[in-house]
Design a protein around this ligand. Sequence first.
Ligand code: FE2
Length: 313
Amino acid sequence: MSKVKLCVFSDYHYWPALYPQDQSGLDTIIERAHTADADVILECGDFAAEATKNDGFLQKFLNNKYGIKTAFCYGNHELEQVDSLELLNKAYGVDNSYFYKDMFGFRFITVDTNFWYDDDGTLYHYPGRGVGSPKGWDYDDNAFGKEQLEWISKTIDESPYPCILLGHTPVDLSDKPDHKEFLKIIKAANEKNRGRVLIYFSGDKHRNHIAVVDDVLHFNINATYNGEWRSTKHNLFPKEFTEGHAMAANCSIFKDPLSAIVTVEDDGHIKIEGMETDYMYGVAPEMYGGPFEDQYGICEPRISSGEYYLLKK
Ligand SMILES: [Fe+2]
């Protein structure tokens, strides 16, 4: 029987020019992982904007002081402030933006959701340097591309282990063709080998959302700090808190860095130990026109706990 304990978080948004969080929250998360005796620290993208910058943040995670293994994927933030994907891959020590790693009796498959189709059907990868989607594409229109989908299918099929998938954007409520294809691949793999794919971890939405689709847990991990972002500044924080951080007054910020401890067993038993915090300076979305509901719910300063038996029927 295989069992792995993960410490998961997402959307840290380390970007001092924009947001007030410093590196200390990552120390807190690493300490939680260590105390819980986690085997792997897993993060789902938007970790840092300038990941290639040599200020110790990325290394604090990748080469953490306890030697805990890591799993990660790229969000849009990773690509927005780097010169090229090659430099980013080099900083992370990977050859490609999608890859797999076998650890603790599981196959961790990282997928890359930073692709788009142009109007004429040409596939593009996020080009980097410049905030926001290229050519005005909506980030929700992201795709995998045919080549990656084939790779995902093959990588799951050839795995001798149950698979844990991770990518930046959730797919369970999406109607995008590539996302539906991704779900189809997972479903087919599980029909062939029950329990072959157990979880898909994602981030991006800054929501506390979880769903079981075709016996697979779709765990959309809440942001570490950043709550509801609005294009208009609410200006409810003290001036000294937002000074030097261009977008701090555009969002609500969680007091403590959110993470969860997730225990995964190959028989489909998954246990989530979440956590709850407050809003920094009490500034909740309700104070600037919220709550703002979208298909993944509303902003909440928590990751819910829960227990699932995916294969018990
Ligand atoms: Fe994000």
